[in-house]
Design a protein around this ligand. Structure first.
Ligand SMILES: NC(=O)c1ccc[n+]([C@@H]2O[C@H](COP(=O)([O-])OP(=O)(O)OC[C@H]3O[C@@H](n4cnc5c(N)ncnc54)[C@H](OP(=O)(O)O)[C@@H]3O)[C@@H](O)[C@H]2O)c1
Length: 258
């Protein structure tokens, strides 16, 4: 099969959470560019509408659905809307996430809950909702969870984030194991520093710029650097891959300091 054929997503329906900014926007555009109908989910609906308009202008199909990923009823309604518009969601990209900068001993309970409920609980409940529907439709499918290199290593001030992302990597394996026999693959992408709204201000500071020294490729990532890992995991090209986490970090994780 040609490269175009094994990465082709025509006839697929994708739902991307956190599609109102950063990586989620690019994930949605990339899926649409390769043929999938894309359902865009986040809280800032006006941003989703402009992403939808851009995708449609380029000849793609998209639907914008306002929902908080922590609200299970709202997410079930988002899947319903997706089914009405395009059919069963067969590609789910669990991308919505929030960051924090709090030392462990200073972490307030509501901040811990905000991070864990968004970056871990919601990933599970969205995967569960998506998988139940794929099973009911006997459609098979692909779920991609967005983890982080902070799911493997840690830094100071990111305890809730790193704990959640490590959980996402384990959750990916557990889901993959339970769903493989029904043709549902579950994988994760663990990005290193990718410049987005989440971190742009920080990366521009002197301290932020110094982080580049730890990245062997010598630069921060760009959103489109994740196109390849995403397409591999959702398309036929990755049909024998499940339970995997692809690290895309410019070599940061393998480099020792000094
Ligand atoms: N950028 C990096 O360097 C990097 C590295 C490793 C991993 N990641 C991961 O990549 C993912 C995307 O990050 P990003 O850099 O693109 O961040 P971003 O630009 O801040 O985007 C985060 C997205 O998540 C959505 N979101 C947050 N909380 C939500 C909620 N409760 N319900 C629905 N949507 C919610 C936001 O939409 P609304 O605010 O409109 O709801 C936004 O679309 C995250 O999981 C992050 O942890 C990023």
């Amino acid at each position: 099969m040609s490269a175009a054929q094994i990465f082709d997503l025509h006839g697929k329906v994708a739902l991307v959470t956190g599609a109102s900014s950063g990586l989620g926007v690019r994930f949605a555009e990339c899926l649409a560019e390769n043929g999938a109908a894309v359902v865009l989910v986040a809280r800032r609906v006006e941003r989703l509408e402009s992403v939808k308009a851009r995708i449609e202008k380029s000849g793609g199909r998209a639907l914008a659905v306002e929902a908080d990923v922590r609200d299970r009823a709202a997410m079930a309604a988002a899947f319903d809307a997706a089914e009405r518009a395009f059919g069963t969601v067969t590609i789910l990209v669990n991308n919505a996430g929030v960051a924090h900068a709090t030392r462990a001993v200073e972490m307030p309970e509501d901040e811990w809950r905000r991070i864990l409920s968004t970056n871990l609980d919601a990933v599970f409940y969205c995967a569960q909702e998506g998988a139940r529907r794929m099973l009911a439709a006997a459609s098979g499918g692909a779920i991609v969870n967005v983890a982080s290199v902070l799911g493997f290593g840690v830094a100071k001030g990111v305890i809730a984030y790193a704990t959640a992302k490590a959980g996402v990597i384990q959750m990916t394996k557990a889901l993959a194991l339970e769903l493989a026999f029904k043709g549902i693959r579950v994988n994760a992408i663990a990005p290193g520093w990718i410049e987005t709204e989440l971190n742009r201000d920080y990366l521009a500071t002197e301290k932020g710029q110094a982080l580049k020294r730890d990245i062997p490729i010598g630069r921060f990532g760009e959103e489109r650097d994740l196109d390849g890992p995403l397409l591999l995991l959702v398309a036929d090209a990755g049909r024998f891959i499940t339970g995997a986490t692809i690290v895309a970090d410019g070599g940061q994780m393998v480099a020792l300091r000094g």
